[in-house]
Design a binder for this molecule. Structure first.
Ligand SMILES: C[S@@+](CC[C@H](N)C(=O)[O-])C[C@H]1O[C@@H](n2cnc3c(N)ncnc32)[C@H](O)[C@@H]1O
Length: 274
């Protein structure tokens, strides 16, 4: 995905850290396994994770026995991340924005990020990741985009969400194609940086079954809802709840669409002259 131009909201998640921690799905192990295979990561390799949240990618990454430095600027999210990973000496939790992060060049075999890369200034992100990587290192970027699986229910929710909360609207007819368009824009941004070339990308699906409260929390965990005040949140939940009741939905089934892209350091092109 291309960098977000509304970077003012990049810290909103920390305002709702507890909600974020319970509501956001972890990155599926299968997807992480596939990325580890493509990047050739081996147990003990050093990996930098950018924008780790409370560990949605960090924990499945550890299943591959790589050593993870998990960078998370939000203090509350970082506390939760430290709590979830406290017993694991293979995870180092650290604070700060990636733009300000420093480590010796060539410190990592891979830089990875889930749902966070778009918050970083692209004038910095690709170049800094390239500097931090060893020769032959990789950048792996993941996003997930859940949509209510029943299109009629999603459309019913859209009618109430569209009034004040258009960012939560998901169009069942264009959800997948929209992700593919945005994914292609992101790959174009990556290629234009001159630092990386995408070697593979994939769209996969995971199912989520949420009770209504978990669905409301999921809505709230997105940056544009996280910044709503208490009364706006209550109003949002009440309106969404009315639609769920109208559809007799005791749980909300969601199709969690995941997009992942693996890129390697771009080769140095040398012009040979006599
Ligand atoms: C949508 S959350 C993703 C969290 C988790 N990786 C996940 O997949 O759920 C975005 C995360 O990026 C972090 N973030 C925002 N701007 C950042 C930056 N410039 N450098 C590093 N992390 C950043 C936020 O604090 C937040 O935890």
């Amino acid at each position: 995905m291309k960098a977000n131009t509304r970077r003012a909201n990049r810290s909103a998640f920390d305002e709702v850290a507890d909600v974020y921690d319970t509501a956001r799905p972890g990155i599926p192990h299968d997807l992480v396994t596939s990325i580890v295979r493509e990047t050739g990561l081996a147990p003990g390799d050093q990996v930098l994770e950018v924008g780790a949240g409370s560990g949605q990618l960090t924990l499945p990454l550890r299943a591959a026995r790589v050593e993870v430095t998990a960078l998370e600027p939000g203090g509350r999210l970082r506390c939760l991340l430290a709590k979830h990973t406290a017993d694991d000496p293979g995870i180092t939790v650290t604070g700060g924005f990636f733009e300000d992060y420093t480590a010796p060049g060539g410190s990592f075999a891979a830089v990875v990020s889930a749902n966070a890369w778009q918050w970083i200034d692209p004038a910095v992100s690709y170049g800094k990741a390239a500097d931090l990587l060893i020769g032959g290192g990789h950048l792996a970027l993941i996003w997930n985009f859940p949509i209510v699986a029943d299109p009629t229910l999603q459309q019913g929710l859209n009618e109430v969400l569209a009034l004040d909360y258009p960012d939560a609207v998901r169009d069942p007819a264009t959800h997948l194609s929209g992700i593919e368009v945005r994914a292609a824009e992101g790959r174009a941004e990556l290629a234009a940086s001159g630092h990386f070339e995408a070697i593979s990308w994939q769209v996969s699906h995971d199912s989520l079954r949420l009770v209504p409260d978990a669905y409301y929390k999921l809505l709230l965990s997105y940056a544009n809802a996280a910044v709503l005040d208490e009364s706006a949140r209550a109003d949002l939940f009440e309106r969404a709840g009315a639609v769920l009741a109208e559809h007799g939905a005791e749980t909300v089934e969601m199709d969690n669409v995941l997009y992942a892209c693996v890129a390697r350091l771009a080769g140095i092109v040398r012009t040979v002259t006599d």
